[in-house]
Design a protein around this ligand. Structure first.
Ligand code: ADP
Ligand code: MG
Length: 268
């Protein structure tokens, strides 16, 4: 993977964004990459899932965005995930109003992490599900977007909203934003609808669909309540192994020097 800052985004809740952010971060760390995970969802699920208490940290994304802390100060090490985290919690909800008056308010995150960019192999950003100033900050800071999807009928609707957003972001605040790829979570092969939808998506996104699919696996859902990525909670679980395989595929992906032609077709 030639991109460093990857935003995990889908304008739909419950599609596995946070589960992917946490477990991809842990899997990449397991493969000896230095990873920073930034949780920009006020729900703070990625924070908790990394073993950081969202109600008990000093500086997080909120402080970063309003300029009360620099990135170095806000970084906390995840002991269970072996990667670094910039945390979030409910405080982040109010940040939209505070940033409203600022010029270049979509660029706050990008500017704030510039100082630590060189220290990591990958910086993953876990996005909230709603199109908001927070999500725009996540997309402005990114080199590329990773899109987790559940293969159900409404997934196709959700994706067209996201593609419209990516298109607008490319026309305005981040002209070089690329699409890393689409990946399927909570995947069941027995289901005909799931097969049909995944075939349609593979047809639409072509090569940029990860071959690795993440199965529905209860261990992935249990791990966050123990404050750990699945790799620490149950390394042998099917879901854990799937995220490791995803990380290996992610590391091996070679995107072409220019994605312009590709994006023109996909973002039409
Ligand atoms: P999002 O961040 O897109 O809202 P989450 O990652 O929080 O989605 O996932 C939504 C719910 O589904 C959570 O309860 C999570 O534990 C569960 N979940 C996510 N991926 C899987 C999976 N592969 N197998 C089983 N449960 C999953
Ligand atoms: Mg989430």
């Amino acid at each position: 993977m030639s991109y460093k800052v990857i935003t995990i985004c889908n304008q739909k809740g419950g599609v596995g964004k946070t589960t992917t952010a946490v477990n991809l971060a842990a899997s990449l760390a397991h493969r000896n990459r230095k990873v920073l995970l930034i949780d920009i969802d006020p729900q703070g699920n990625a924070t908790m899932g990394s073993g950081v208490d969202k109600n008990n940290f000093e500086f997080g994304v909120y402080h970063l965005l309003v300029g009360e802390a620099d990135a170095k100060t806000a970084i906390i090490h995840s002991e269970t995930g072996h990667y670094d985290v910039i945390s979030s919690n409910r405080d982040l909800t109010g940040v939209e109003i505070e940033l409203m008056q600022r010029p270049a308010r979509e660029m706050c995150l990008r500017d704030a992490i510039a100082s630590v960019r060189d220290e990591y192999d990958f910086i993953l950003i876990d996005c909230p599900p709603t199109l908001s100033l927070l999500m725009l900050n996540g997309l402005a800071a990114a080199d590329s977007v990773l899109i987790p999807m559940v293969c159900e009928y409404y997934a196709l609707e959700g994706i067209s909203d996201l593609l419209a957003t990516i298109k607008r972001v490319r026309q305005t605040i981040n002209p070089t934003l690329d699409i890393t790829g689409v990946m399927f979570t909570m995947f069941t092969t027995q289901n005909k609808l799931s097969q049909d939808v995944s075939a349609q998506l593979r047809n639409y996104f072509g090569q940029r669909v990860f071959n690795t699919t993440i199965p529905r696996n209860v261990r992935l859902a249990e791990a966050p309540s123990h404050g750990m990525p699945a790799l620490a909670y149950d390394p042998k679980a099917k879901g854990t192994q799937a995220y490791l395989a995803l990380a290996d595929e992610f590391l091996s992906v070679k995107l072409p020097a220019s994605s312009l032609g590709y994006l023109k077709t996909v973002l039409r």
